[in-house]
Write a protein that binds this ligand. Sequence first.
Ligand code: GAL
Length: 935
Amino acid sequence: MTYYEDFSPGSPNRLAPRSWVRSSAPTLSLGGDWKFKLWPHADAPLEDPADWDTLPVPSHWVLHGDGRYGRPIYTNIKYPFPVDPPYVPDENPTGDHFRTFTRPDWDVDRFVLRFDGVESTYKVWLNGTEVGVGKGSRLATEFDVTDLVVPGENSLLVRVHQWSSATYLEDQDQWWLPGIFRDVTLLGRPSARIDDVWVQAEFLDGVGVVTTEVSGSFPISLSVPELGVSVTWQSADEVAALEVGAVEPWSAESPRLYDCTVAAAGETVHLRLGFRTVRIEGDQFLVNGRKVMFYGVNRHETHPVLGRVFDLDHARRDLLLMKQHNINAIRTSHYPPDPRVLELCDELGLWVMLECDLETHGFEFDPSITDNPSDDPRWAEQFLDRMRRTVERDKNHPSVVIWSLGNECANGRNMAAMAQWTHERDPGRPVHFERDHQSAYTDMHSRMYASLSELAAIGTTGCAVEGLRPEETVRQQHRPFVHCEFGHAMGNGPGSLADYQAVYERYPRLHGGFIWEWRDHGILTKTADGTPFYAYGGDFGEVVHDGNFVMDGMVLPDGTPSPGLVEYAAVIAPIVFGDEPGTLRSRYHSIDTSNVRFTWSRAVDGVEVGKGELEVLPMPPGESGRFELPEEALDVAVSGETWLTLEAVSGHVVGSRQYQLSARGTVSVTPAKGLGGAEFDPRTGSLLRIGSVEISGPRLELWRAPTDNDARAGEWLWRERGLDRLEHRVRDVRIGDDAVTVSVRVAAATAARCIDVTYHWFGVADGVALKVDAVPSLGWDCTWPRLGVRFELPSVDQVSWFGTGPLESYSDSSTAARVGRFTSAVDDLNVNYSRPQETGHRPQLRSLELDGRLRIDTVPDRTGHRPGFSLSRHTPQQVAAAAHPHELPPSDRVHLFVDNAQHGLGSAACGPDVLPEHALWPAAHTFTLVFRSPA
Ligand code: GAL
């Protein structure tokens, strides 16, 4: 068996895994330009690198060379080659990386070569002598090269194979990106050094307790200057836990860190301690004695240009963006990130579920595959090795509160062994693995994409997994539950985040969860004619791929937060204003509200008429309270719609709510003489213009460009029923001086089921009203994407409206929407989703102005419901036909959609479909609009 196809975790001479720390010992970064040669096979000759190309390290070679070095491949579950473990195809792209370096003149005892991440298996030669083999793409490997490194110039060759036995354990849902993608470093190890250190800083009843485990050359001292702590241990036997007196605890909300050094005579290691104690008590997951609710996201390492190569600014910006959106936790799906991510989490405050680099999902893909690496002793060592390296590298971080064994592997003894080792090594953090449905060896019950009813079952009877034995169910009932993935954020969506949050809060055993996922993985590339775009699966000519399933983040590839992220921020906001104005509740885990500024503002018909600060006494974490609202805040206008908006701000908005104090005076639709300047086509009865504004329509529209969630739910039936190709037959046109009535039957080819629409136009004071009556025939058996009418205008640039905004919202994703007056350029109304789809709907429109030339008011129905609107330069048919934004055809039209209703969003791309209460089932609809040309 070749070294890249054997079951070993790497060569036996690798050094024992240890903490990634900041140290005073000398280091030499070997990043920079290397010589590079790509071979199509693994068993290439060792060549003279003189004529090779140049490639930066760290990098993924497929993201360089304009295709000369191959292209990225995206698959979700499937392996992009035959499942024949541990063998891989003969066609195995193999990148030889070469560089020279001068050995620094360090006063050290040993030289160590460290690789922080190489995908997937690699062999290293120093000065022509083999150093060893590394595996485990997102795990560090160190080799002692003291005997190989020479004074003066040294040559380093690293041969990287894209495919290897290790690939079978790294089947995460992401791009396959081979290469040396994390740092390569030469470390000088002084003779009096710290070999490894682990400082656990616990918070026990207000007091800090520091427990140190250190190996190296004694005497070794530890100091925490801020706490006046300074001890020196002469030998390992002396090392003992220290009580360090009163400390401020670390939490995601208050990430208090204390600088700490651990020093031997020749090396000082710098750590940042965060005092916190993680415990599971019964079915509660506690940090510092208080239950943690995870308002989390799954975070992959992904950058539109660099792939998985780390960029500190990019990572910091992303983490800050999370914090600004009230996110408090990260699951490092599905491998340890660059170690600096954890430093950022410690510093900025994020609870981390740190996951091992392990996934074998593709073994489930073809039912004829009976192998299960998780339960196969041949893989045991490689499984365990991965967990050891995960825990050892990151054990010092206060932000890490849970270890996760991996993602989507089958259950089995190798997983159990990893858990057992982890429990023994680190009793201070629980172990998670979603596929341990029986909780046989893990500490938390976990699921992904459970429905609301399953969550309710988990919250009450304990378990929604079928086939458990009674004792297993009982075990489940006594575990905290975490939803390790939910709210699949692919394209427009996800829906129902507020419903999820409500369920998490209803059942004490539930601890929230982690949205799938933070960011789209789009790779910035170009079309043949040089147009830049963000690529997804299939865009690089892959034979097997999973399309845009890799674009399922709440942040678009260019870094733009999606409305889904803004919705999540509102749903999980730490300050919750109660149903009754003047009541509130804190979701904070550990801080009070003394840093929160509270304000009120009151608006009549969207125009602010008053505002002020509120006095709210600091409220302890997790508590509810009341506050006084000034009388002025609650004043109700004599006429018009009055809204009170309360806001809580602590750096960013941490809570907000609107209360409607009075409804609007109804728009007058009393018939008047004339048609308010409207002109109609005498043959079809279609509108041609209103005053000087050219506008044609209306045309009934049921179709929306399917969202990614629709694509895996209603879309096929919608298409089957012809909703995207409806035909319109005018049955009757009556044009009078004061009214126009047009009857139209709308149906799709081959079908008899139809909708009869009546467009009834009539003059009103200085305008013209349109009453739309849409009545479906019998025989409809599918939901409708939308029910509305569409108009066409030659151009519109700027719109302003009184209604909901500022962003799009849908019936199951509307927590972030507020009622107000907004203005926008037409092109900014819609979201540039990675695959074009429905976007821009803003329900409950009161009135809309197009370029200040045409105003459209809506009339509320008996329940106060009003239609919503959207504007687009393309029809839904055009949008649906484009696979990427740049494929949308040029357009010289603007389409105005006035929808009386839209189907919800749901999360069916991966998870539950639209809930019944948000589904749009065929029914008769009536709505009225009033058109005016403003003076
Ligand atoms: C889960 C998986 C994730 C991702 C997601 C769908 O099954 O754990 O890695 O594939 O589904 O996008």
